[in-house]
Design a protein around this ligand. Structure first.
Ligand SMILES: Cc1ncc(C[n+]2csc(CCOP(=O)(O)OP(=O)(O)O)c2C)c(N)n1
Length: 642
């Protein structure tokens, strides 16, 4: 308790209603206390720190001026929503952030009426806010009522196409809607792209800005005090660009740039737009990621994501690692291959560090592309690279590839273009929870004609799959691997490509065959060892490929065993379904094979440690063991011991 900050004013705020009686000066004090509380909480839980610190003043100002939950404040990505959670009745649980049974690290409708819309994937906030605004104008109803709709979106998230689709539509519908552009000149890494440069020019004082500043525009939106000539307002006006921006062209009134840490400016602008706006308004606030906490401000990623840390020193508590991460094994292998093959290139959607492609970027900058938070574009851009004779590796987390699915189907698969998909964070991911789980990629890729889909069982297999993908020019190919460290096996040197569609026998047994896809193989092996102690000796096979299936091997297993069980870290409709289809087509079930398919359950699993999440999923060694026993009709583990 002693390291908790003193927060006398914050202690009195149970909900935003308690802020309404505070003076502007007290709101400044509240922001200071909120910042200290956020730092203190994240030091205990780990999580997204920098983004939240950058919006502390904005959070206070929004809740002071608007009336949530009637007014809908929608945080894009919502990794910056911890201060919002503290102010909206969740302070007592803020130190459970991202833990099992605790608060989500993102906004979540089921968690609070103050979270009107769940997010975690970026660039959705303007669309959702516009939907609320349209529902309001059509007489819709929802919890807390329907008032103003406010989207808070970062400059990084603004690089996602959906944000533009929404602004285009909002400018057309002309509904009263507020978009706050939280511009900290940072994404997770340095922001990229022409939009980012454009935003910088908006406040860089270049001639462009001066011209635009003089232009006419949304003068009617100017705070009243501006016209009255109050000194402070005059100073603000000097910094304000009105009209003529890209946003204006899209039909928004543009107000800004304003200092997103200056409470007086924020309150004045928000009060004015609230009182006077009719159509869509974009407020451009300049903020600093990590603001007010020196170790975060100094860090390269501005404290984007952190482990638990010591508040005084900023030192993070990171567990020592025993094996290299899958991400680094992928990246190092690819960099090695790129040295020999100038056609290999790499594409990331704003995740150069997360995908390991920063290593590729350092060595081969001209062949490495960070396209911004733009997965759809990343996929089609890779398709273009492939059509142009390059060998693109499109490295996207499983969960984010979902956004580029039509591009995978329409631009890559139908044209049989050899795009190599490196799918990181496959399977359950832990603290980020359901929104980030990599559950669906096998299901949504293996159903596409001529797609090759592989899953690495360990880091040595990952190396082989990267090599296989590099050499495969016949069409699209994907390999998936999980978050975290490998299992510590030796990394092969000079690995040869795998034969497409061939599984690998791990141990030959009898009675029951365990056919594993991906890194559950470790749990399968543990289960097989436990079963051996009971006199049951399963055959264990690493499928390697979800598509094409090793039909010969699988049909052979079915023929030679009483029972066949598939195990995978993916949702229903994936590998196990393909195996079932194969067996059904060959009439195997007619002769009585006992077949089971262990997949992720048909629920969205909340955040916990990956191990605990796999317990919920029933995919750990004990679950596999129990499944074998039940299929073979042997008493279950519990009963037998009793
Ligand atoms: C569709 C999608 N792709 C990638 C990510 C991973 N991601 C989380 S936050 C982030 C950067 C967001 O930058 P910005 O919007 O500027 O917010 P900041 O963190 O700078 O406050 C990225 C790329 C995501 N959440 N969603």
């Amino acid at each position: 308790m002693s390291n908790r900050p003193s927060t006398p004013l914050l202690d009195k705020v149970q909900s935003p209603a308690d802020m309404k009686s505070l003076s502007d000066a007290q709101l400044v004090q509240l922001a200071g206390e909120l910042r200290a509380e956020t730092i203190s909480a994240v030091s205990e839980t780990g999580g997204h720190l920098g983004a939240g610190l950058g919006v502390v003043e904005l959070t206070v100002a929004l809740h002071a001026v608007f009336d949530a939950p009637k007014d809908k404040i929608i945080w894009d990505v919502s990794h910056q929503s911890y201060p919002h959670k503290i102010l909206t009745g969740r302070r007592d649980r803020i130190r459970t952030l991202r833990q099992e049974g605790g608060l989500s690290g993102f906004t979540k409708r089921s968690e609070s009426p103050y979270d009107p819309f769940g997010t975690a994937h970026s660039s959705t906030s303007i669309s959702a806010a516009l939907g609320f605004a349209a529902a309001r104008d059509l007489g819709g109803h929802c919890e807390g009522g329907l008032g103003d709709a406010i989207a808070v979106i970062g400059d990084g998230a603004l690089s996602g196409g959906m944000a533009f689709e929404a602004m285009n539509n909002a400018g057309h519908l002309k509904k009263r809607l507020f978009v706050i552009l939280n511009d900290n000149e940072m994404s997770i890494a340095e922001p990229v792209g022409a939009m980012s440069s454009y935003l910088s020019r908006l406040y860089a004082g270049e001639p462009f800005q001066e011209l635009k500043a003089a232009a006419k525009g949304a003068v009617s939106l100017l705070p009243e005090p501006f016209r009255e000539g109050a000194k402070r307002a005059k100073d603000m006006l000097k910094h304000m660009t009105v009209g003529g921006t890209l946003f204006e062209e899209l039909g928004f009134s543009y107000v800004g740039p304003i200092d997103g840490h200056d409470m007086d400016q924020l309150l004045a602008v928000l009060r004015t737009v609230k009182a006077r706006a009719h159509g869509p308004v974009l407020i451009h606030a300049i903020t600093k990621k990590g603001k007010g906490y020196a170790p975060a401000e100094r860090a390269q990623d501005k404290g984007h994501a952190t482990a638990r840390f010591d508040v005084v020193t900023g030192k993070q508590a990171k567990a020592p690692s025993n094996a290299p991460s899958y991400t680094s094994v992928f990246a190092d292998t690819l960099v090695g291959l790129a040295a020999k093959d100038p056609k290999i290139c790499a594409v990331t959607a704003a995740m150069p560090d997360g995908t390991g492609l920063n290593r590729f970027m350092e060595r081969y900058a001209s062949r490495c592309f960070d396209v911004g938070i733009a997965e759809q574009h990343a996929v089609t851009f890779s398709a273009g690279l492939a059509a142009g004779g390059m060998r693109p590796f499109c490295a996207i987390y499983s969960t984010f590839l979902q956004r580029g699915y039509d591009q995978v189907v329409h631009d890559v698969a139908i044209q049989r273009l050899p795009v190599r998909f490196a799918i990181d964070r496959a399977g359950l991911v832990g603290a980020d929870g359901a929104t980030h789980a990599g559950s669906f990629d096998v299901a949504f890729l293996a159903n596409l004609p001529d797609f090759v889909v592989m899953a690495a069982a360990d880091e040595a297999e990952l190396v082989r799959m990267v090599v296989t993908a590099a050499e495969y020019d016949a069409g699209p190919i994907a390999f998936r691997f999980p978050r975290g460290e490998g299992v510590g096996v030796e990394i092969p040197v000079g690995a040869k490509p795998l034969e497409i569609g061939k599984a690998r026998m791990i141990r030959q047994g009898k009675g029951v065959a365990l056919l594993s896809l991906g890194t559950r193989l470790q749990e399968v092996t543990l289960a097989a060892e436990a079963l051996a102690a009971r006199g049951i000796s399963p055959t264990v096979v690493d499928a390697r490929f979800a598509k094409p299936l090793d039909e010969e091997m699988i049909l052979g297993l079915a023929r030679d065993h009483e029972a066949l069980i598939t195990i995978e870290e993916g949702a229903i409709g994936g590998f196990g379904s393909h195996v079932a289809q194969l067996l059904a087509e060959h009439g195997i079930f007619d002769s009585g094979l006992k077949y089971r398919s262990m997949v992720l359950p048909d629920i969205f699993i909340d955040q916990a440690s990956p191990k605990a999440m796999y317990d919920v999923a029933g995919l750990n060694a004990k679950d596999i063991e129990a499944k074998v026993l039940s299929v073979l009709g042997v008493a279950s583990i519990g009963t037998q011991r009793a």
